[in-house]
Design a protein around this ligand. Structure first.
Ligand SMILES: [Fe+2]
Length: 336
């Protein structure tokens, strides 16, 4: 791999970062001997204002694809387009692949041409799938799934395969939500230790413990906190609520949710399952293939029908997640 950068003043502080977070020092314009993979090029502000004009990867100018890069200013704020470096602590970042063909293919697959030069985060969710070594106590297939990362992806927020949406500004007492969720779930299912789907417990409002019709019985007077939550996330009618528990060392094996044969399928497909970890998210990981780890410290809508996934709890306390499905307000998801 060889990287050249054309800029208004010489670049002094720069390095590559591998997907696993390793910092690699190198010389611009000289061949770098590194394994075939994705690398994040970091160019730091060095006291002189600078403008990055061109990036040349293996003697090929990446042209407008330079606009996939962005600038994180000294206060940690994201700017795109972001070729200008202007403040102390600021850093320009762009993901590059050591094989130019792989880089070009990924960018062209994910992004529509004609959108370069704009703030891509308005239309796309940007994710970076990174490798993570997890405890050897988990099944080998799960360890292997977490240990591989496919690098950067841009997901069109208007498409049905969007992996997740973040729900901002939910101001709730999580414990109050949890207590009402426990009360509302009437059926429980515990997987057998070492069973096909992992080691977990699901409590549910659905008699068969499925995310499916019929609609659940729900009396807002008896569950005022949940009623307020449903209103906040745009839910008009509850189909199923699950309370999913992973004890320490609990897990869901690598799988993709089905549901196309169910009556309630239309309420599941297209990233419509509300997902909120009500407990401490530390040492709990939820990964989608190609997308990477989900930000489970925030309430989300997740697309577990389109994406292969696995969850693990390597903390010392129980992880409790609520999942809510049903009929949402029209155009509800355009705001996330
Ligand atoms: Fe699942």
């Amino acid at each position: 791999m060889k990287i050249d950068v054309v800029s208004t003043s010489p670049i002094k502080k720069y390095y590559l970062k591998s997907l696993s977070g390793q910092k690699i020092n190198f010389m611009l314009g000289e061949r770098i001997d590194i394994p075939v993979d994705w690398y994040e090029l970091n160019i730091e502000y060095d006291g002189i204002k600078n403008d990055i004009k061109e990036i040349i990867l293996d003697d090929v100018n990446i042209d407008e694809q330079i606009y996939t890069g962005y600038y994180i200013d000294g206060n940690g704020k994201f700017h795109q387009p972001g070729g200008a470096l202007w403040d102390e602590g600021g850093c320009f970042k762009i993901w590059l692949h050591s094989k130019i063909g792989v880089f070009v293919e990924r960018i062209m697959r994910c992004l529509e041409s004609g959108e370069y030069g704009s703030d891509l985060s308005k239309k796309y969710l940007f994710t970076v799938d990174k490798p993570l070594e997890i405890s050897k106590s988990f099944p080998k297939e799960i360890q292997s799934f977490f240990s591989y990362g496919e690098g950067p992806y841009w997901w069109d927020k208007s498409k049905a395969d969007i992996p997740y949406r973040i729900v901002p500004d939910l101001d709730f007492d999580k414990d109050a939500v949890l207590q009402e969720a426990i009360k509302l779930c009437v059926v429980g299912h515990e997987s057998e230790d070492g069973g096909e789907y992992g080691k977990f417990r699901i409590d549910s409002t659905n008699a068969k413990c499925n995310l499916d019709l019929p609609y659940a019985d729900f009396d807002p007077e008896k569950f005022p906190v949940l009623a307020k939550l449903f209103e906040a996330i745009g839910l008009e009618k509850l189909m199923t609520m699950h309370l999913s528990t992973l004890e320490p060392n609990g897990n869901f094996t690598v799988h993709r949710d089905r549901g196309y044969f169910r009556d309630g399928y239309k309420y599941l497909t297209g990233c419509k399952i509300f997902y909120w970890n009500l407990t401490d998210p530390r040492d709990n990981h939820f990964k989608f293939g190609r997308c990477g780890l989900l930000p489970t410290d925030k309430p989300l809508f997740v697309n577990t029908l389109s994406h292969v996934h696995s969850s693990i709890n390597q903390s010392t306390s129980d992880r409790k997640v609520i999942m809510i499905t049903g009929k949402y307000r029209e155009n509800n998801f355009e705001r996330f």
